[in-house]
Design a binder for this molecule. Structure first.
Ligand code: GLA
Length: 389
């Protein structure tokens, strides 16, 4: 849904809920990562884009309340966040994202006033498209406009990442929050997660489209898989004697193979290869060399499947179907995107073939898994914006 339509829907919902129009409105997008998976917390490169799916927040001062009340239109429940004292974790669970961001502003010495907020998101939950980062960045953007204090974009993204670490207990890297803050229309963001320097890579060829397929599965693991991967990467770096896997080479890894647990070795092999693939993919995109970019995407998927072991049967099924369709059928490349264990794949396709490809993937995926996929296309979108205020 385009942002204009979404905005008028949220304006109406706020007015119906609170009996008056909102004073402020902001939006922050979800993201899809074209390539560079599980590299951000290894100081590597990532290449995401913001998507045309947003978390919108509308707000006003309350008529009577001393807390920030956030009404979520999806769960149809309100979180009451008491802002006259330091914020703690609390219920409902989703409220920990806004709680963490409010805490970050308080830490910066900002006094947060009581607010009536309505929250409406079109970013699919649990789809690996960073609904949580969109929520955090949306809250941060709202607080910027409410307090009148704009934060430097890097600091803003880091504040949101900290909220996720401390209030949601997820030790994520910096990719999701950075792209939700810094996305640009028709551009990918090549982010160096060590220096935090960004470079915009145009993706504006009308003949090429980014196709996202949601497997509509989310394998509930214990939640320990992500932190475990991080630890394995740190262990590999330690054995290699480097500060992070960004500093390691494939040759050094081979030399150290005998001194390494085989699983740790494979994790490191993924990360080292993926950092290289990401840099090459950015070059390929700048040169409009779509077949090369596509091959790098497939290689990324195999590495995530075999070495990093964060894929699942449903994601693999989509990638296999994509490969069978091939460049002749309009697909340059396809891979899982995001943390893994379900969620979405991302594919680079010929725009003219989108309809035929979508039909074929939907049918074949249904046949193989008995699950309906959700398929959509997104242009690279802009990062967080103030709509009203
Ligand atoms: C999640 C995290 C990101 C990143 C990806 C994997 O989305 O939030 O920081 O590590 O997984 O690339």
């Amino acid at each position: 849904m385009i942002l204009d339509v979404l905005t008028s829907r949220v304006l109406k919902q706020f007015t119906e809920t609170y009996g008056r129009p909102p004073r402020w409105m902001v939006a922050a997008p979800g993201r899809v990562n074209l390539i560079g998976e599980h590299t951000d917390y290894n100081d590597g490169f990532v290449l995401p884009m913001a998507i045309e799916f947003y978390t919108v927040m509308a707000a006003d001062f309350p008529s009577s309340s001393s807390s920030v009340s956030v009404f979520d239109t999806l769960f149809k429940e309100t979180a009451q966040i008491e802002v006259s004292r330091p914020i703690t974790r609390g219920e409902p669970k989703w409220s920990n994202y806004p709680r963490g961001v409010i805490a970050g502003f308080q830490r910066r010495g900002e006094k947060i006033p009581a607010l009536d907020v309505l929250l409406h998101s079109t970013v699919p939950l649990g789809g690996g498209l960073s609904s949580s980062a969109a929520l955090e960045v949306s809250m941060a953007t709202l607080l910027e406009v409410v307090t009148g204090k704009k934060i430097d974009p890097v600091e803003k993204a880091l504040l949101c990442q900290k909220a996720e670490h401390e209030f949601a207990g997820m030790p994520c890297g910096i990719m999701d929050q950075f792209i939700s803050v810094m996305g640009r229309n028709n551009h990918l963001l090549l982010l160096d997660c060590r220096s935090r320097k960004t470079e915009l890579v145009p993706l504006d060829d009308p003949a090429v489209a980014v196709l996202i397929v949601n497997t509509n599965v989310k394998h509930e693991l214990t939640g320990s898989e992500y932190p475990t991967r991080r630890k394995q990467c740190e262990a590999a770096a330690k054995i290699l004697g480097v500060p992070s896997l960004r500093d390691a080479t494939a040759a050094a890894l081979e030399d150290a193979k005998d001194r390494m647990d085989p699983v740790v070795y494979r994790r490191a092999r993924h990360v080292i290869g993926e950092i290289e693939r990401t840099v090459h993919a950015a070059e390929g995109i700048r040169a409009s060399n779509w077949p090369t970019v596509g091959q790098l995407m497939y290689a990324s998927h195999y590495s995530l499947r075999d070495d990093y072991e964060v894929s699942c049967n449903e994601l693999d099924a989509i990638v296999e179907i994509a490969e069978a369709i091939g460049v002749k059928g309009g697909i340059y490349g396809c891979r899982m995107t995001g943390g893994g264990f379900g969620g979405c794949t991302v594919a680079l396709v010929k725009a003219a073939a989108v309809d035929a490809i979508s039909k074929k993937i939907a049918a074949d995926y249904k046949k193989r898994t008995e699950i309906e996929a959700t398929i959509f296309v997104s242009r690279p979108a802009a990062g967080a914006t103030v709509i009203k205020g």
